[in-house]
Design a protein around this ligand. Structure first.
Ligand code: ARG
Length: 465
């Protein structure tokens, strides 16, 4: 047996120790030690609230506070010595160490009216709140790179694709901003997720509330939360914030994976629109010529990991009976891992984007005049012909050009007039990619002014937040 009942925090009613495999199976310290700072912070606040109730003296509060700070310093300095089989989780470990430092008589008062069920809930929320702020900064940095590049490279034209077939010319900036648009919505959504995470479950006991009349408004304010969790039964088992963070992350990762996929394709020799910097590429152990966009492939791959964590955790949450059940311990690892993954992916994405080399000539060379067939149809619309007809006429022109083995821009005016007498010499103006892009000047379009508007909107949002 690995543990004896007397050494365990809750060992009072037990006569036999736990089996070794049960100790390992049950313990969470190997991962929830990441929450050490939040756990200490929550305990210091709780001690202050106990003082207000005269459940601690000034002197006891001072001892508990400095003791907890000393424990935190041990964690921060990497000097905390874990006692295997005794330190079941971060709460137990911190309290055990506190008792060693200040003596069990005083340390033993800290847990008055409190439960580990609320402790883990508060620790996770405090930790998550800080991490969401870090992710927000990293997402903002990625967006700033998109906006800066979009501004600098606004002159570059490239094919726009639908069904992954060449469709209409667009600006490179417009393509980049299409991805930035998704990331902007992720940033906006993140604020909502943070607001809902920022709710205080401390002071609810194990499930049924605090019997000493603890001031939950004080706890909430002291920990910087914006609201008091309204129901004790719900508060101890509320992991909706974890579900939301995982789901938010999943959608963000979907967006990053789509950006990655585009860039992987654009970086192939067949496209050569972009080159991923060496700093974000790797070589092949077998083929000396290879340079692989591993950074982007790993982002694309990590999307699956995060989505798996989101759906896996919902499966854990589904059908759990009211209040705390140990299944909820399964919320910790996905949260920790997901935040780490997303943070890495955001930094890598920003790094890839800021160092990416683009090849405007290759992009231009990929533009073909058949991509202006819609412009031909629109030209005739402006001559008064209904679009449904002009679409057919433009189609006939594409097929005529194919028959003659030339591009539509190379057809003679007489060829065009044969198909529709409305064609005039000014049709040559249509066969110009820049003009085509500029013509789409309605909001959200490809013209310089529309693209600049999009950039300003991102800049304004980033500056205002
Ligand atoms: N490690 C536990 C968790 O992550 C802490 C709460 C334990 N509560 C309990 N009643 N055993 O959920």
């Amino acid at each position: 047996m690995a543990s004896t009942p007397s050494t365990l925090l809750w060992g009072g009613r037990f006569t036999e120790g736990m089996s070794d495999v049960m100790v390992t199976f049950n313990e969470s310290l190997p991962f929830d030690k990441a929450l050490h700072e939040a756990d200490i912070r929550g305990s210091i606040t709780y001690a202050k609230a106990l003082r207000q109730l005269d459940l601690l003296t000034d002197e006891e509060l001072a001892k508990i506070t400095s003791g907890l700070e000393a424990v935190e310093k041990e964690w921060a300095d990497g000097k905390f010595v874990i006692h295997p089989a005794v330190d079941e989780d971060i709460h137990t470990a911190n309290e055990r160490r506190l008792a060693e430092l200040i003596g069990p008589a005083i340390a033993g008062k800290l847990h008055t009216g409190r439960s580990r069920n609320e402790q883990i809930a508060i620790d996770m929320r405090l930790w998550a709140r800080t991490q969401l702020d870090v992710l927000s900064e990293q997402l903002r940095a990625a967006l700033a790179v998109c906006a800066a590049r979009a501004k600098a490279e606004i002159d570059v034209l490239m094919p726009g694709y639908t069904h992954f077939q060449r469709a209409q010319p667009v600006r490179f900036s417009h393509w980049l901003l299409s991805h930035a648009t998704y990331l902007m919505s992720d940033l906006q959504r993140l604020h909502g997720v943070r607001d809902r995470t920022n709710c205080c479950p401390l002071g609810v006991g194990a499930l049924a509330g605090n019997p000493f009349g603890i001031d939950r408004t004080f706890l909430t304010k002291d920990l910087g939360f914006s609201s008091v969790h309204p129901n004790s039964l719900a508060a101890v088992a509320d992991r909706d914030f974890v579900a939301e963070i995982l789901q938010w992350s999943s959608l963000l990762m979907v967006h990053l994976s789509r950006l990655s996929e585009d860039l992987i394709i654009f970086s192939t020799a067949e496209f050569s629109f972009v080159r991923v910097a060496d700093a974000f590429s790797t070589g092949s152990s077998l083929m000396p010529q290879k340079k692989n966009p591993d950074s982007l492939e790993v982002i694309r791959g990590k999307a699956g990991r995060v989505m798996g964590q989101a759906s896996g955790f919902l499966s854990t949450l589904k059908s759990l009976p009211t209040a705390y059940n140990k299944d909820l311990q399964e919320s910790v690892e996905p949260l920790l891992d997901c935040v780490k993954t997303v943070s890495h992916c955001l930094q890598i994405a920003a790094g890839v984007l800021s160092t990416l080399k683009i090849d405007p000539d290759k992009m231009k060379a990929a533009l073909s005049t058949d991509m202006l067939a819609t412009d031909v149809a629109n030209y005739l619309v402006l001559k008064g012909i209904p679009f449904r007809q002009t679409h057919h006429i433009a189609g006939a022109i594409v097929s005529k050009a194919e028959q003659k083995g030339v591009s539509i821009a190379e057809l003679e005016l007489s060829d065009l007039k044969q198909i529709s007498p409305q064609f005039e010499a000014d049709i040559v103006d249509v066969f110009d990619f820049e003009r085509s892009v500029e013509r789409r000047s309605a909001k959200g379009g490809t013209s310089r002014s529309s693209v600049l508007d999009q950039i300003s909107a991102i800049d304004a949002y980033l500056a205002g937040y």
